[in-house]
Design a protein around this ligand. Sequence first.
Ligand SMILES: [Ca+2]
Length: 356
Amino acid sequence: MRGKQIAVTVVIIAVIASFIIVPMLKQSPTLPEDNEDLAAKFTFVENLATNFGKKVPLSFEVTGDVAKASIYMNDSLLKSWDNPKGKINFTLDVSLFGVGAKNLSLVSTLKNGEEQNDTRLIRILSDISPEQLKATVVKSYVHNSSSFTQGLEFNDGTLFESTGLNGKSKIAKVDLSNGVIKQEIGLDATYFGEGITIMGDKIYQLTWQDQKCFIYDKKTLQIEKDVPYTGEGWGLCNDGKSLIMSNGSEMLTFRNPETFQIERTIEVYDQVGPRVRLNELEYIDGKIYANIWMLDIIIVIDPASGKVLSEIDCSEVVKAGKGGGEVLNGIAYNPQNKKLYLTGKNWSNLLEVSIK
Ligand SMILES: [Ca+2]
């Protein structure tokens, strides 16, 4: 039965992929007008997609007096040709790069010294079909249904929750057994609270569109300082060294906990395309778990590559916990007892789950 389910899933994914990727590859040539006069240009159009690990045969055409032509993927030089003429074939080994959207550039130095650039966007998709898993309810707890949950995390056995909405945003320590708030601090009504994570003796709390992360003392729940960032703040977790932040897109940024500066970025992709609307996050045993906003699905992400490793169907958990609330949004793992808990915005219940 399990094998049959996998086979059916693979077929469904292949059908979806054929509708998305094939039209991308077959798009009729519509080169930008300013590319018409280039002395050398790619023979393929924008929106090429391929899977990680593939070797892709590509080419460019030289029609002018080019002294040197070089191919770059983002900022990395791949290959150069002196005095290229006519059609030049080359092979792009996409396993040299991570998944995500990349710029492939053909930089030509003309014999008169002029430099020209022809650039195409290429998406490198994952080579993994995510394992299909399901979350089932183990135990149900009461959740405060007035809490618009944006962040959920255990720390030293205590459950921390952050909530959103202007005028209703707060950070609270919650008694798991009965949902009662043991300690809380409200955020000024001008701010809309988002994800939280706890590292050392600090709690980090994002704000939605205020481009500000508040840093609290874990014990007193007093704000010690705030640090700026660019763009929206959605979910937050940490791997013990870096903060990991979502912004509603497929991007996750790893940030220095002292300065909040970006250390590196991953783009989250499955074999079909980018997984956007990554929301509340949780770091569990070397992997990142992410709620997808508006879906009853949690995906499991490889923090090194950004590839989606598994996809967890949470529809049973939603049915059991949602009540009159909104979307699934809250993942908390307690490393002390190795139990995993899920809830959502204004849900009536918080659920211990098992994933198989
Ligand atoms: Ca979390």
